[in-house]
Ligand binder design. Structure first.
Ligand code: TXA
Ligand code: MG
Length: 312
């Protein structure tokens, strides 16, 4: 059920979290399904609800940078990135302190922890009032398209208590940067561009081949029901077309990520528009080419995984 963000529903959400149950939580990137990150059983319920493999760790959300100090080992790069981009769509992976009381399942038994401060007034208010950290993956069944509206979460999880924070403004998940070794690595492109991160910490490396460090990087992920075909210039009759920039194609089978070719607008529209086209009478969704600069890297990353052969 979806609830307006009135003080009554905020109280109810806090009560649910204190009882070790889950809520649907808006953030600026995508909606999350959140649990008390110190409660092992509550965290286990997230994996169960999403049918998520337990080797895939969760991001821990907090209201301020300082609230992570007892959980991770900070370094200079983390400090400057947090100061520059938080609250905002950047997740930092840092060594987990052995003394951290957070759920071990949340970090899938790894000796690192992924943390972020979301930039959404409702999420921040809730985190402040709750007084404990929240573990929150995107609120979709594992491997499926992420939700950018409360109604998307309700479609997938009708029994969940969902706080309505409106459409998410960024529309893509956070950028994940691994800072557990001296050279930072970009584990997942996302809402903050690679260029922006590099302007602060210098060149980023890419993930080790075959590493399962961020299983969001599994080849097939974010998948709609219909097959997705990428870099299509001319859609065929009868197929759905996701355009980008000026296009001669119009009509009910066409949605445009951004008529002006604006990548920020396209990011905000991507998951919503895929969901809108992912239904009969279409049998396939074709997607126009999208440039690779700025947020285009993350857009192409999500599209490639959504289009990949499903072998999960
Ligand atoms: O924007 C976001 O990050 C959203 C909102 C809800 O905050 N959350 C999100 O969570 O996208 P999720 O679970 O869908 O993706 C989290 C990603 C996964 O790919 C996971 O493998 C990676 O973060 N991750 C979590 N902990 C990690 C760790 N210790 N080391 C490396 N990757 C980690
Ligand atoms: Mg996800």
């Amino acid at each position: 059920m979806i609830f307006e963000p009135l003080s009554d529903s905020l109280e109810k959400a806090l009560q649910i979290l204190h009882q070790g149950e889950l809520i649907g939580l808006p953030t600026e990137t995508v909606y999350g399904v959140a649990a008390d990150a110190t409660n092992e059983l509550a965290v286990a319920k997230i994996f169960e609800l999403k049918n998520r493999p337990t080797f895939n760790p969760l991001i821990i959300h907090g209201p301020t940078r300082t609230c992570f100090e007892e959980h991770v080992l900070w370094n200079e790069k983390a400090d400057v990135l947090a100061k520059t981009f938080w609250p905002g769509p950047l997740t930092l992976v840092l060594p987990r302190l052995v003394s951290s009381p957070l759920s071990l399942l949340a970090s899938a038994g790894l000796d690192s922890l992924a943390i972020r401060v979301p930039n959404h007034p409702l999420a921040l208010t809730l985190l402040q009032k709750f007084g404990k950290l929240l573990a929150a993956p995107s609120a979709n069944p594992s491997g499926k398209t992420s939700p950018t509206q409360a109604s998307h979460v309700e479609e997938d999880f009708p029994n969940l208590f969902i706080l309505d924070g409106g459409d998410t403004t960024v529309g893509l998940e956070s950028t994940i940067v691994d800072l557990t070794s001296p050279s930072p690595r970009l584990l997942r492109p996302g809402g903050i561009s690679q260029e922006e991160v590099e302007s602060v910490v210098g060149p980023l490396k890419f993930p080790h081949q075959n590493s399962i460090k961020a299983p969001g990087m599994m080849k097939s992920h974010y998948a709609p029901t219909l097959p997705l075909h990428l870099n299509v210039q001319e859609p065929s009759e009868g197929e759905a077309f996701l355009a980008f920039g000026p296009t001669p194609y119009k009509g009910s089978s066409v949605l445009n990520l951004s008529e002006e070719g604006n990548l920020t607008e396209a990011a905000a529209n991507l998951f919503k528009m895929i969901r809108l086209l992912d239904r009969p009478p279409f049998q396939k969704i074709s997607v126009a080419p999208i440039p690779l600069n700025g947020l285009g890297l993350a857009l192409n990353d999500r599209l490639q995984r959504a289009a990949a052969t499903r072998e999960l």
